[in-house]
Design a protein around this ligand. Structure first.
Ligand SMILES: Cc1cc2nc3c(=O)[nH]c(=O)nc-3n(C[C@H](O)[C@H](O)[C@H](O)COP(=O)(O)OP(=O)(O)OC[C@H]3O[C@@H](n4cnc5c(N)ncnc54)[C@H](O)[C@@H]3O)c2cc1C
Length: 477
């Protein structure tokens, strides 16, 4: 097993994509299950903090250590089986999402969860219950995890298969491979009905696998994964529509939802986002206040009908049908994806260039409360004359409102505004994290969302599974 302890060799491991910075003494690169078990046994014995890390594309510092050692999953990167008949893939956590996507293309198969940053590891996406544009149709990562093998802090192994172990009300009994029995009591949590990646998933009579999905490296190391696959659709329509007025773009999104159009993705970009990208993409329609990107799957030669329906809806919503970017082949589709990806990437670059950590919301609320949240965020930020870009998975009423402060003073103010928007989302029955997780940067917001009593009970779950509190120290709690 490779072990790195020279500071210049481990620099990449003490920072994530949000520019959150930490520190650690050594990085281990286990190559198999027994490597992971021995690292954890030793760390438990010596009460050393262990941060499990994927590819650190996370945006909350969750995969970044604040002390102790790091366990990198990058050498656990084998795709073990792609089963075309039973539609599943068996793989290790360090497989890069884009590698899996490319492999599946060759087999005409498809794995729906698509966080925009495809260099993330599959293990990271499970530990954060990642989502993406296609979550609008297909739901989050959670819905595709069929089984996981998890090594607990003391080196014990759990094999958890979906549909096999459920809690009895709030009571959960687990048995490790060696026969050790573990009893846990789950709290009653009022989980929002939106997309959600905040805190442990706890529900009466739930499937036990869901406790571990989204647990952000705090309960164990996921070392083997079975994911559900789908047959690839025949094709997709992909299009960016520009609108002169923001309200038209927002109404377009509502209309798609109301008409129950079976869209694959439904994403929004405000004027700030378009202005931000204009330098690199001069063909962005100059008089637009916003844009919406949609995708829809094509099956059984229905492309013309679907296109006609979309054009009609675009016209009805005052969209600019002359200047839509329709993608008709893979290259053009990729260009649209790159447009989407470059917004978040450029924001990260802008903030890192100023020496700031990325400061963007990951809030989602029920659909009928979304416009209130949207207007609130805009108004309080405009009042302070702070620049921002607002975009995201608006089909799911999920908003990435990103601050672009010019000075330290504006940065400090932006932090206050960020938390005010999160509080507003809580008051509108939403979540402070729909997909990125809580990590180290949003703990105070998780506390506000669920309250101290629930957080204490979530912490009690962790304490039973990891009595020395070595795993993911500083995440969630
Ligand atoms: C440009 C950009 C766009 C993004 N867009 C999206 C988006 O649309 N949707 C979205 O959901 N996210 C998005 N993200 C965030 C990020 O890509 C996801 O959170 C991703 O799931 C993190 O994967 P990772 O491998 O980088 O994990 P890391 O950042 O390394 O770690 C994340 C967490 O997973 C834990 N972890 C990792 N591997 C394991 C394991 N094997 N066992 C247990 N715990 C583990 C870590 O301890 C940590 O808590 C974006 C990021 C960027 C930079």
């Amino acid at each position: 097993m490779i072990i790195k302890n020279k500071q210049d060799e481990i620099q990449n491991f003490i920072k994530d994509a949000s520019n959150y910075k930490g520190k650690c003494s050594v990085v281990y690169f286990p190559e198999n299950e027994s490597d992971v078990i021995s690292i954890l046994k030793e760390a438990s014995k010596n009460k050393i903090s262990v941060t499990i890390t994927g590819n650190r594309t996370g945006l909350t510092g969750a995969g970044v250590p604040s002390e102790g050692i790091v366990v990198s999953t990058e050498k656990l990167n084998r795709i073990l089986e792609i089963n075309k008949d039973e539609l599943f893939v068996l793989l290790e956590p360090g497989v890069i999402l884009s590698t899996l996507q490319n492999e599946l293309k060759n087999s005409n198969l498809f794995y729906p969860p698509d966080p925009t940053e495809t260099s993330c590891f599959i293990g990271g996406t499970i530990a954060t219950n990642a989502s993406g544009a296609r979550t609008f149709k297909y739901g989050p990562t959670r819905d595709y995890v069929l089984s996981i093998n998890v090594i607990l802090a003391d080196g014990e192994k759990l094999i958890i298969k979906r549909g096999k172990t459920f809690t009895d009300g709030n009571k959960l009994q687990l048995e490790t491979e060696s026969g050790k029995k573990i009893k846990i009591e789950l709290p009653d949590v009022n989980i929002p009905g939106t997309k959600n990646a905040a805190g442990y998933f706890c529900k009466k009579n739930m499937d036990v696998i869901d406790l571990f999905i989204g647990s952000e490296g705090t309960l164990g190391v996921i070392i083997k994964i079975k994911l559900m696959l789908l047959k690839a659709p025949k094709g997709e329509i992909s299009c960016v529509v520009f609108f002169k007025q923001e309200t038209d773009g927002l109404n377009f999104i509502n209309a798609v939802r109301e008409k129950s159009i079976d869209a694959l993705a439904l994403e929004f970009f405000d004027k700030g986002s378009l202005d931000f990208l204009r330098k690199d993409l001069p063909n962005i329609s100059p008089k637009s206040d916003c844009a919406v990107w949609f995708e829809q799957e094509i099956n059984n030669g229905n492309e013309d009908t679907l296109l006609e329906n979309w054009i009609e809806l675009i016209k009805d919503s005052n969209g600019n049908e002359e200047q839509c970017w329709f993608a008709f082949n893979e290259r053009e589709k990729q260009k649209i994806k790159d447009f989407r990806h470059s917004i978040s990437e450029k924001i990260n670059e802008f903030m890192a260039g100023k020496g700031f950590r990325k400061l963007g919301t990951d809030v989602a609320v029920p659909n009928n409360n979304f416009i209130e949240l949207y207007n609130y965020a805009k108004q309080i930020t405009e009042n302070e004359a702070i620049k921002f870009v607002n975009y995201g998975h608006f089909g799911n009423s999920h908003m990435h409102f990103n601050f672009l402060p010019d000075s330290q003073k504006q940065y400090e103010k932006s932090k206050v505004l960020h938390d005010m928007i999160c509080r507003k989302a809580i008051s509108l029955r939403g979540t402070v994290s729909a997909e990125h997780g809580i990590g180290k940067t949003k703990k105070h917001l998780l506390l506000e969302m669920y309250g101290q009593e629930t957080i204490n009970k979530m912490f009690a779950i962790k304490k039973i599974l990891d009595p020395n509190l070595i795993l993911g120290r500083g995440n969630l709690f």
